[in-house]
Design a protein around this ligand. Sequence first.
Ligand SMILES: Cc1cc2nc3c(=O)[nH]c(=O)nc-3n(C[C@H](O)[C@H](O)[C@H](O)COP(=O)(O)OP(=O)(O)OC[C@H]3O[C@@H](n4cnc5c(N)ncnc54)[C@H](O)[C@@H]3O)c2cc1C
Length: 374
Amino acid sequence: MAAVSQVGVVGAGAAGLGVAIFLADAGIEVEILEKTDAPSTWGSGITLQGNALRVLRQLGLWERISEHGYAFNELGLRAPDPNGTVLAIVDDALMGGEDLPATLGMNRPELASIMRERAREAGVKISYGKSVESIHDDGTRVQVHTADGDKHDYDLLIGADGIHSTVRRALGIETEPESTGMGIWRAFVPRPPEVVRTDLTYGGTCYIAGYCPTGEEHMYAYLVEQAQDRHDVHDAGVMADLAANYGGPWTEIRKYLQNGAQVNYTRFTTHLVEGNWHRGRTVIIGDAAHSCPPTIAQGAAMALEDAAVLAELLINSETLDERLWEQFHDRRLERAGAVVNASAQLGQWLFDGNKDADVPGLLATLAARLVVPA
Ligand SMILES: Cc1cc2nc3c(=O)[nH]c(=O)nc-3n(C[C@H](O)[C@H](O)[C@H](O)COP(=O)(O)OP(=O)(O)OC[C@H]3O[C@@H](n4cnc5c(N)ncnc54)[C@H](O)[C@@H]3O)c2cc1C
């Protein structure tokens, strides 16, 4: 008998869907409360590294995602010159083990849709238009109030409600995401044939220019700049101007941008809830508990690992007690913290223009840690 039998999950992102599938597969009743009225259909791409793929395989999703994504094992480094000169091609760490690729690029809405489909198959109830406003824990159950006036009641509540988590604030946790000073343009565009892996260019008009293939037909491209108030700018022309400095595949990417490709702008943030992620019968996971600039592309991987570890402990324990929470925090806090710190450090080095920084050393140390399952 598991530690819980009726679980509410706030948020249908990677963390929420992941934990819901694991629990429902074990026979636990799970409802996801999601504030949006319907699943989002637009989104850029995502870089899933081996440790994220390992959890997705545990969720029984490897075949489906590998059919839709684009797998590769190398990382290219290019110069910020008109030809986009290739400086090096390095083998990427196989962080999910030898039998998974180093990286799989995917279209975000496609990944979300595959996870939702799997959740429904597992028997998870996903309720849309349910924005959680407040929670009340009476020691045996957690009552949840949503903006539409509904009340819900569970024996455990999992706050997987992202970076601006309402659940985190409702628990009285004061940690909030802080801007790192960088902002990122992203565009989802057709894939030029020569884009067969992620290539990164450090420097030039931006801190980072990069792209990642997400399928035979498509890819996403990104440019990281000093954070600016761009929240009203959805004009691909701004990104096209910034891209003019970069060569190689960027020449073709720029044409798509000039032809009005859809772009998105986001500021980088970072935070880590340093103490316990739970209070009573409520716990936060994923971006609600930690966020990092995507300089190492590990945010979703950490969200999925949180989900896997929490579900494993809930399924294999008989009671929801301090021992369970201790094990959860032992397995998650330091590991997620190492990712947050390394991602922020890499961003800071770029921000400071530090040319002596040991980037390969930082990445190798982190990879050696992440290759060991969470
Ligand atoms: C620019 C950028 C690029 C990134 N690139 C990568 C990458 O390449 N690889 C990678 O691994 N990670 C990447 N990340 C990080 C990754 O996107 C996140 O870490 C991951 O999506 C977190 O998942 P989550 O489920 O915790 O949160 P989210 O995906 O944010 O999901 C939270 C859900 O909760 C819902 N919600 C919020 N509030 C409420 C409420 N009150 N009531 C009900 N529902 C609510 C939201 O609508 C949402 O559906 C990137 C992040 C950024 C900002």
